[in-house]
Design a protein around this ligand. Structure first.
Ligand code: CO
Length: 441
Protein backbone atom coordinates (compact mmCIF):
# COMPACT_ATOMS: atom_id res chain seq x y z
CA UNK A 1 0.00 0.00 0.00
CA UNK A 2 1.18 3.50 -0.76
CA UNK A 3 0.55 6.01 2.07
CA UNK A 4 1.83 9.14 0.26
CA UNK A 5 -1.55 10.91 0.24
CA UNK A 6 -2.38 10.21 3.90
CA UNK A 7 0.07 8.97 6.51
CA UNK A 8 3.30 10.13 4.83
CA UNK A 9 2.34 13.81 4.78
CA UNK A 10 0.52 13.47 8.11
CA UNK A 11 3.79 12.19 9.63
CA UNK A 12 6.20 14.58 7.88
CA UNK A 13 4.24 17.76 6.99
CA UNK A 14 1.57 17.96 9.73
CA UNK A 15 -1.01 16.73 7.13
CA UNK A 16 -0.71 19.94 5.10
CA UNK A 17 -0.71 18.52 1.54
CA UNK A 18 -3.58 20.16 -0.35
CA UNK A 19 -6.02 18.60 -2.81
CA UNK A 20 -4.50 20.44 -5.83
CA UNK A 21 -1.07 19.11 -4.82
CA UNK A 22 -2.48 15.59 -4.51
CA UNK A 23 -4.15 15.86 -7.90
CA UNK A 24 -0.76 16.53 -9.53
CA UNK A 25 0.46 13.04 -8.59
CA UNK A 26 -2.65 10.89 -7.98
CA UNK A 27 -3.03 9.67 -11.58
CA UNK A 28 0.68 8.72 -11.73
CA UNK A 29 0.41 6.78 -8.48
CA UNK A 30 -2.70 5.03 -9.78
CA UNK A 31 -0.64 3.59 -12.66
CA UNK A 32 2.05 2.06 -10.42
CA UNK A 33 0.11 -1.08 -9.45
CA UNK A 34 -0.10 -0.73 -5.67
CA UNK A 35 -2.37 -3.09 -3.72
CA UNK A 36 -4.13 0.05 -2.47
CA UNK A 37 -3.50 3.73 -1.81
CA UNK A 38 -4.25 5.28 1.57
CA UNK A 39 -5.76 8.66 0.73
CA UNK A 40 -8.22 9.69 3.46
CA UNK A 41 -9.12 9.54 7.14
CA UNK A 42 -6.80 9.90 10.13
CA UNK A 43 -5.99 13.59 10.57
CA UNK A 44 -6.68 14.56 6.93
CA UNK A 45 -10.37 15.36 7.54
CA UNK A 46 -9.71 17.71 10.47
CA UNK A 47 -6.75 19.42 8.77
CA UNK A 48 -8.59 19.97 5.46
CA UNK A 49 -11.39 21.87 7.22
CA UNK A 50 -9.34 23.56 9.94
CA UNK A 51 -6.19 24.68 8.14
CA UNK A 52 -6.65 24.26 4.39
CA UNK A 53 -10.20 25.63 3.95
CA UNK A 54 -11.06 22.51 1.95
CA UNK A 55 -14.03 20.17 1.82
CA UNK A 56 -12.65 16.72 2.70
CA UNK A 57 -15.56 15.05 0.83
CA UNK A 58 -14.78 16.98 -2.34
CA UNK A 59 -11.16 15.82 -2.03
CA UNK A 60 -12.31 12.23 -1.85
CA UNK A 61 -14.50 12.57 -4.97
CA UNK A 62 -11.73 14.31 -6.93
CA UNK A 63 -9.20 11.63 -6.03
CA UNK A 64 -11.67 8.89 -7.03
CA UNK A 65 -12.14 10.59 -10.41
CA UNK A 66 -8.45 10.06 -11.27
CA UNK A 67 -7.60 6.96 -9.22
CA UNK A 68 -9.39 4.52 -11.49
CA UNK A 69 -7.47 1.27 -11.03
CA UNK A 70 -6.25 1.20 -7.43
CA UNK A 71 -8.45 0.51 -4.39
CA UNK A 72 -8.60 3.54 -2.10
CA UNK A 73 -8.14 3.05 1.63
CA UNK A 74 -8.92 5.17 4.71
CA UNK A 75 -8.10 5.08 8.43
CA UNK A 76 -10.97 5.26 10.94
CA UNK A 77 -10.72 5.60 14.76
CA UNK A 78 -13.68 3.30 15.53
CA UNK A 79 -16.53 5.10 17.29
CA UNK A 80 -14.41 8.31 17.21
CA UNK A 81 -14.47 8.21 13.35
CA UNK A 82 -11.94 10.86 12.28
CA UNK A 83 -12.51 13.01 15.38
CA UNK A 84 -11.47 12.94 19.02
CA UNK A 85 -14.62 11.87 20.88
CA UNK A 86 -17.11 9.04 20.49
CA UNK A 87 -20.05 9.87 18.19
CA UNK A 88 -23.61 8.57 18.22
CA UNK A 89 -24.32 5.36 16.32
CA UNK A 90 -26.36 7.15 13.64
CA UNK A 91 -23.39 9.44 12.87
CA UNK A 92 -21.08 6.41 12.70
CA UNK A 93 -23.42 4.55 10.31
CA UNK A 94 -23.94 7.54 8.02
CA UNK A 95 -20.25 8.54 8.02
CA UNK A 96 -19.14 5.06 6.96
CA UNK A 97 -21.87 4.77 4.31
CA UNK A 98 -20.98 8.17 2.79
CA UNK A 99 -17.23 7.41 2.87
CA UNK A 100 -17.86 4.30 0.80
CA UNK A 101 -20.35 6.04 -1.54
CA UNK A 102 -17.82 8.78 -2.24
CA UNK A 103 -15.07 6.37 -3.18
CA UNK A 104 -13.48 4.42 -0.31
CA UNK A 105 -12.95 0.68 -0.95
CA UNK A 106 -11.05 -0.41 2.18
CA UNK A 107 -11.68 0.87 5.72
CA UNK A 108 -8.99 0.26 8.34
CA UNK A 109 -10.47 0.53 11.83
CA UNK A 110 -8.52 0.76 15.08
CA UNK A 111 -9.08 1.62 18.73
CA UNK A 112 -6.36 3.11 20.92
CA UNK A 113 -7.08 0.59 23.73
CA UNK A 114 -7.84 -2.41 21.49
CA UNK A 115 -11.31 -2.50 23.06
CA UNK A 116 -13.58 -4.30 20.60
CA UNK A 117 -16.65 -2.43 21.91
CA UNK A 118 -15.22 0.79 20.46
CA UNK A 119 -14.99 -0.64 16.93
CA UNK A 120 -18.08 -2.87 16.71
CA UNK A 121 -20.54 -0.35 15.32
CA UNK A 122 -18.23 1.07 12.65
CA UNK A 123 -17.09 -2.43 11.64
CA UNK A 124 -20.69 -3.50 11.08
CA UNK A 125 -21.33 -0.33 9.07
CA UNK A 126 -18.37 -1.11 6.78
CA UNK A 127 -19.72 -4.60 6.10
CA UNK A 128 -23.20 -3.20 5.46
CA UNK A 129 -21.79 -0.67 2.98
CA UNK A 130 -20.12 -3.54 1.10
CA UNK A 131 -16.54 -2.35 1.61
CA UNK A 132 -13.43 -4.28 2.70
CA UNK A 133 -13.16 -4.29 6.51
CA UNK A 134 -9.59 -4.20 7.78
CA UNK A 135 -9.32 -4.73 11.54
CA UNK A 136 -6.21 -3.10 13.01
CA UNK A 137 -4.57 -3.92 16.31
CA UNK A 138 -2.71 -1.05 17.98
CA UNK A 139 0.73 -2.50 18.58
CA UNK A 140 2.57 -1.71 21.77
CA UNK A 141 5.14 -3.31 24.07
CA UNK A 142 4.39 -3.96 27.75
CA UNK A 143 4.35 -6.80 30.29
CA UNK A 144 0.60 -7.31 29.62
CA UNK A 145 0.70 -7.19 25.81
CA UNK A 146 1.32 -10.66 24.43
CA UNK A 147 1.05 -12.36 21.05
CA UNK A 148 -1.83 -14.37 22.52
CA UNK A 149 -3.65 -11.16 23.49
CA UNK A 150 -3.18 -9.62 20.05
CA UNK A 151 -4.40 -12.81 18.34
CA UNK A 152 -7.47 -12.88 20.61
CA UNK A 153 -8.29 -9.29 19.65
CA UNK A 154 -7.82 -10.06 15.95
CA UNK A 155 -10.21 -13.02 16.34
CA UNK A 156 -12.89 -10.65 17.60
CA UNK A 157 -12.38 -8.60 14.45
CA UNK A 158 -12.66 -11.77 12.37
CA UNK A 159 -15.97 -12.48 14.16
CA UNK A 160 -17.17 -9.05 13.00
CA UNK A 161 -16.46 -10.09 9.41
CA UNK A 162 -12.99 -8.57 8.91
CA UNK A 163 -11.55 -9.24 5.44
CA UNK A 164 -7.98 -8.65 6.60
CA UNK A 165 -5.99 -7.85 9.74
CA UNK A 166 -3.53 -4.99 10.12
CA UNK A 167 -0.74 -4.72 12.69
CA UNK A 168 -0.62 -0.98 13.36
CA UNK A 169 2.77 -0.02 14.74
CA UNK A 170 2.07 3.72 14.93
CA UNK A 171 5.21 4.49 16.96
CA UNK A 172 7.62 2.45 14.83
CA UNK A 173 8.78 0.36 17.78
CA UNK A 174 8.10 -3.15 16.43
CA UNK A 175 11.37 -5.02 15.88
CA UNK A 176 11.82 -7.54 13.06
CA UNK A 177 11.73 -10.77 15.09
CA UNK A 178 8.68 -10.04 17.27
CA UNK A 179 6.95 -9.01 14.01
CA UNK A 180 7.79 -12.39 12.48
CA UNK A 181 6.28 -14.20 15.49
CA UNK A 182 3.13 -12.07 15.55
CA UNK A 183 2.44 -12.41 11.83
CA UNK A 184 3.06 -16.16 11.96
CA UNK A 185 0.63 -16.50 14.88
CA UNK A 186 -2.06 -14.42 13.14
CA UNK A 187 -1.66 -16.43 9.94
CA UNK A 188 -1.85 -19.82 11.63
CA UNK A 189 -4.67 -18.99 14.06
CA UNK A 190 -6.88 -16.76 11.93
CA UNK A 191 -5.75 -17.21 8.34
CA UNK A 192 -6.90 -13.81 7.07
CA UNK A 193 -4.51 -11.70 4.95
CA UNK A 194 -2.17 -9.66 7.19
CA UNK A 195 -1.03 -6.13 6.37
CA UNK A 196 1.77 -4.41 8.31
CA UNK A 197 1.76 -0.72 9.09
CA UNK A 198 4.93 0.65 10.64
CA UNK A 199 6.85 3.92 10.81
CA UNK A 200 10.52 4.39 9.96
CA UNK A 201 11.03 6.50 13.14
CA UNK A 202 13.47 4.17 14.92
CA UNK A 203 15.09 2.99 11.68
CA UNK A 204 13.71 -0.56 11.92
CA UNK A 205 10.63 -0.61 9.69
CA UNK A 206 12.23 -1.95 6.49
CA UNK A 207 13.77 -4.88 8.41
CA UNK A 208 10.49 -5.42 10.24
CA UNK A 209 8.62 -5.53 6.91
CA UNK A 210 11.11 -8.02 5.51
CA UNK A 211 10.63 -10.43 8.42
CA UNK A 212 6.87 -9.86 8.41
CA UNK A 213 6.63 -10.76 4.73
CA UNK A 214 8.72 -13.89 5.32
CA UNK A 215 6.23 -14.84 8.05
CA UNK A 216 3.31 -14.52 5.63
CA UNK A 217 2.18 -10.87 5.57
CA UNK A 218 0.76 -9.99 2.15
CA UNK A 219 0.80 -6.16 2.20
CA UNK A 220 3.24 -3.61 3.68
CA UNK A 221 2.63 0.13 4.02
CA UNK A 222 5.25 2.27 2.27
CA UNK A 223 5.52 5.77 0.79
CA UNK A 224 7.14 7.31 -2.30
CA UNK A 225 10.83 7.80 -1.42
CA UNK A 226 10.56 11.60 -1.52
CA UNK A 227 8.13 11.50 1.44
CA UNK A 228 9.46 8.35 3.14
CA UNK A 229 11.65 7.72 6.22
CA UNK A 230 11.92 9.85 9.35
CA UNK A 231 8.57 9.45 11.10
CA UNK A 232 6.93 8.40 7.77
CA UNK A 233 7.03 4.90 6.20
CA UNK A 234 9.77 2.91 4.45
CA UNK A 235 10.31 3.91 0.78
CA UNK A 236 8.16 2.16 -1.87
CA UNK A 237 11.05 1.85 -4.30
CA UNK A 238 13.49 0.32 -1.78
CA UNK A 239 11.05 -2.34 -0.61
CA UNK A 240 9.94 -3.23 -4.15
CA UNK A 241 13.55 -3.79 -5.26
CA UNK A 242 14.41 -5.66 -2.03
CA UNK A 243 11.83 -8.33 -2.92
CA UNK A 244 12.64 -8.50 -6.65
CA UNK A 245 13.28 -11.98 -8.08
CA UNK A 246 12.12 -13.66 -4.88
CA UNK A 247 8.86 -15.47 -4.20
CA UNK A 248 7.62 -12.12 -2.84
CA UNK A 249 8.30 -10.16 -6.06
CA UNK A 250 5.62 -7.45 -6.42
CA UNK A 251 6.01 -7.31 -10.18
CA UNK A 252 6.06 -3.50 -9.95
CA UNK A 253 8.42 -1.58 -12.23
CA UNK A 254 9.91 1.03 -9.86
CA UNK A 255 10.42 3.45 -12.74
CA UNK A 256 6.65 4.00 -12.71
CA UNK A 257 7.05 5.75 -9.32
CA UNK A 258 9.59 8.25 -10.64
CA UNK A 259 7.19 10.92 -12.02
CA UNK A 260 5.42 11.22 -8.64
CA UNK A 261 8.75 11.13 -6.76
CA UNK A 262 10.05 14.04 -8.88
CA UNK A 263 6.84 16.09 -8.54
CA UNK A 264 6.82 15.55 -4.75
CA UNK A 265 10.10 17.48 -4.45
CA UNK A 266 8.36 20.62 -5.70
CA UNK A 267 5.28 19.88 -3.60
CA UNK A 268 7.40 19.58 -0.47
CA UNK A 269 8.98 22.99 -1.23
CA UNK A 270 5.49 24.50 -1.66
CA UNK A 271 4.34 23.01 1.66
CA UNK A 272 7.45 24.29 3.47
CA UNK A 273 6.90 27.80 2.04
CA UNK A 274 3.18 27.87 2.94
CA UNK A 275 3.61 26.38 6.44
CA UNK A 276 6.86 27.53 8.09
CA UNK A 277 8.27 24.95 10.47
CA UNK A 278 6.01 22.00 9.59
CA UNK A 279 8.43 19.99 7.44
CA UNK A 280 10.05 17.50 9.80
CA UNK A 281 13.69 16.46 9.66
CA UNK A 282 14.11 12.89 8.43
CA UNK A 283 16.47 11.32 10.92
CA UNK A 284 16.42 8.17 13.05
CA UNK A 285 15.01 8.96 16.48
CA UNK A 286 16.93 6.99 19.10
CA UNK A 287 14.73 8.33 21.93
CA UNK A 288 12.00 6.02 20.60
CA UNK A 289 14.35 3.09 21.24
CA UNK A 290 15.44 4.39 24.66
CA UNK A 291 12.00 5.23 26.07
CA UNK A 292 9.51 3.34 23.83
CA UNK A 293 7.73 6.70 23.57
CA UNK A 294 6.49 7.71 20.08
CA UNK A 295 8.55 10.45 18.39
CA UNK A 296 5.55 12.73 17.93
CA UNK A 297 4.87 12.65 21.65
CA UNK A 298 8.45 13.58 22.56
CA UNK A 299 8.50 16.49 20.09
CA UNK A 300 5.14 17.77 21.49
CA UNK A 301 6.48 17.59 25.05
CA UNK A 302 9.67 19.36 24.03
CA UNK A 303 7.69 22.16 22.33
CA UNK A 304 5.39 22.64 25.35
CA UNK A 305 8.29 22.69 27.82
CA UNK A 306 10.26 25.14 25.69
CA UNK A 307 7.24 27.47 25.67
CA UNK A 308 6.90 27.35 29.46
CA UNK A 309 10.67 27.61 30.08
CA UNK A 310 10.79 24.13 31.63
CA UNK A 311 12.94 22.28 29.12
CA UNK A 312 15.24 21.21 31.98
CA UNK A 313 12.38 18.96 33.19
CA UNK A 314 12.23 16.94 29.94
CA UNK A 315 14.40 14.05 31.13
CA UNK A 316 12.40 13.67 34.39
CA UNK A 317 9.12 13.70 32.46
CA UNK A 318 10.36 11.13 29.93
CA UNK A 319 11.30 8.92 32.89
CA UNK A 320 7.85 9.51 34.45
CA UNK A 321 5.87 8.50 31.33
CA UNK A 322 6.47 4.73 31.77
CA UNK A 323 5.46 5.01 35.46
CA UNK A 324 2.14 6.68 34.61
CA UNK A 325 1.57 4.25 31.75
CA UNK A 326 2.06 1.31 34.14
CA UNK A 327 -0.28 2.86 36.75
CA UNK A 328 -2.93 3.22 34.03
CA UNK A 329 -2.75 -0.41 32.84
CA UNK A 330 -0.31 0.05 29.92
CA UNK A 331 -2.43 1.87 27.31
CA UNK A 332 -0.78 2.01 23.84
CA UNK A 333 0.68 5.51 23.39
CA UNK A 334 -1.44 6.54 20.41
CA UNK A 335 -4.03 9.37 20.11
CA UNK A 336 -5.61 10.16 22.55
CA UNK A 337 -3.66 8.11 25.13
CA UNK A 338 -0.25 9.60 24.24
CA UNK A 339 -1.55 13.09 25.14
CA UNK A 340 -3.35 11.91 28.29
CA UNK A 341 -0.31 10.05 29.67
CA UNK A 342 2.09 12.86 28.67
CA UNK A 343 0.07 15.55 30.46
CA UNK A 344 -0.25 13.48 33.66
CA UNK A 345 3.48 12.67 33.68
CA UNK A 346 4.22 16.39 33.32
CA UNK A 347 1.87 17.22 36.22
CA UNK A 348 3.54 14.60 38.41
CA UNK A 349 6.97 16.13 37.78
CA UNK A 350 5.93 19.79 37.93
CA UNK A 351 4.03 19.52 41.21
CA UNK A 352 6.84 17.46 42.71
CA UNK A 353 4.33 14.88 43.93
CA UNK A 354 2.76 12.01 42.01
CA UNK A 355 -0.99 12.48 41.41
CA UNK A 356 -1.17 15.59 43.60
CA UNK A 357 -3.10 16.91 40.61
CA UNK A 358 -4.99 14.53 38.33
CA UNK A 359 -6.24 15.63 34.91
CA UNK A 360 -9.92 15.39 34.03
CA UNK A 361 -9.01 13.07 31.14
CA UNK A 362 -7.21 10.64 33.45
CA UNK A 363 -10.26 10.60 35.72
CA UNK A 364 -12.54 9.89 32.73
CA UNK A 365 -10.14 7.19 31.53
CA UNK A 366 -10.09 5.51 34.97
CA UNK A 367 -13.91 5.62 35.02
CA UNK A 368 -13.79 3.57 31.80
CA UNK A 369 -15.03 6.28 29.46
CA UNK A 370 -12.36 5.46 26.88
CA UNK A 371 -12.75 1.68 27.17
CA UNK A 372 -10.92 -1.07 28.99
CA UNK A 373 -7.09 -1.18 29.05
CA UNK A 374 -5.15 -4.44 28.67
CA UNK A 375 -3.66 -4.17 32.15
CA UNK A 376 -5.22 -3.20 35.46
CA UNK A 377 -5.24 0.27 36.94
CA UNK A 378 -3.25 0.76 40.13
CA UNK A 379 -5.86 0.65 42.94
CA UNK A 380 -4.26 3.54 44.87
CA UNK A 381 -4.23 5.78 41.81
CA UNK A 382 -7.84 4.82 41.09
CA UNK A 383 -8.82 5.74 44.66
CA UNK A 384 -7.05 9.12 44.38
CA UNK A 385 -8.67 9.84 41.01
CA UNK A 386 -12.30 8.76 41.41
CA UNK A 387 -12.67 7.60 45.01
CA UNK A 388 -15.35 4.90 45.23
CA UNK A 389 -17.14 5.90 42.01
CA UNK A 390 -18.08 2.86 39.92
CA UNK A 391 -16.25 2.01 36.67
CA UNK A 392 -18.33 1.72 33.48
CA UNK A 393 -18.61 -1.81 32.14
CA UNK A 394 -20.31 -0.99 28.83
CA UNK A 395 -19.93 1.65 26.17
CA UNK A 396 -22.49 4.38 26.91
CA UNK A 397 -25.15 4.64 24.19
CA UNK A 398 -25.20 8.25 22.97
CA UNK A 399 -28.41 9.91 21.75
CA UNK A 400 -28.82 10.23 17.95
CA UNK A 401 -27.17 13.34 16.49
CA UNK A 402 -27.77 13.23 12.71
CA UNK A 403 -31.12 15.03 12.60
CA UNK A 404 -29.73 18.04 14.50
CA UNK A 405 -26.75 18.21 12.17
CA UNK A 406 -28.94 18.05 9.04
CA UNK A 407 -30.98 20.97 10.44
CA UNK A 408 -27.83 22.91 11.33
CA UNK A 409 -26.47 22.87 7.77
CA UNK A 410 -29.78 23.78 6.05
CA UNK A 411 -28.97 27.53 5.97
CA UNK A 412 -25.85 26.63 3.93
CA UNK A 413 -27.65 24.38 1.45
CA UNK A 414 -25.90 21.52 3.17
CA UNK A 415 -25.67 17.94 1.90
CA UNK A 416 -25.58 14.87 4.15
CA UNK A 417 -21.78 15.01 3.79
CA UNK A 418 -21.87 18.59 5.08
CA UNK A 419 -24.00 17.46 8.02
CA UNK A 420 -21.30 14.89 8.82
CA UNK A 421 -18.55 17.53 8.66
CA UNK A 422 -20.69 19.57 11.05
CA UNK A 423 -21.19 16.59 13.40
CA UNK A 424 -17.42 16.15 13.72
CA UNK A 425 -16.12 19.73 13.60
CA UNK A 426 -19.05 22.15 13.99
CA UNK A 427 -17.05 25.42 14.27
CA UNK A 428 -14.64 24.64 11.44
CA UNK A 429 -17.46 23.34 9.22
CA UNK A 430 -19.61 26.45 9.64
CA UNK A 431 -16.63 28.68 8.86
CA UNK A 432 -16.02 26.65 5.70
CA UNK A 433 -19.71 26.75 4.65
CA UNK A 434 -19.83 30.53 5.11
CA UNK A 435 -16.77 30.98 2.91
CA UNK A 436 -18.23 28.66 0.28
CA UNK A 437 -21.52 30.60 0.22
CA UNK A 438 -19.63 33.87 -0.31
CA UNK A 439 -17.68 32.39 -3.22
CA UNK A 440 -20.88 31.17 -4.87
CA UNK A 441 -22.78 34.46 -4.49
CO1 CO B 1 0.71 5.53 10.81
Amino acid sequence: MDTTLRDAHQSLFATRMTTPQMMKIAAYLDKVGFFSMEVWGGATFDTALRYLNEDPWERLRLLRSVIKNTPMQMLLRGQNLVGYRPYADDVVDTFVQKSVENGIDIVRIFDALNDIRNVERSAKAVKKAGAHLQGALSYTISPVHTIKGFVEYAKRFADLGADSICIKDMAGIMSPYPCYELVAALKSEIGLPVQIHSHYTSGMSSMTYLKGVEAGASVIDCAVSTVAMGSSQSPDETMIVAFRDTEYDTGIDVRRIRPAAQLLKGIQDEIAAANPGVVAARTVDTDVLNYQIPGGMISNLRAQLTQSNNLNKLESILAEVPVVRQDLGYPPLVTPMSQIVGVQASMNVMTGQRYKMISKEVKAYIKGEYGKPAGSIDPQVQKMAIGDEPVLDARPKLPDEMQNCVEAVKPYNGSIEDALSYALYPDQAVKFFEGRAKKQS
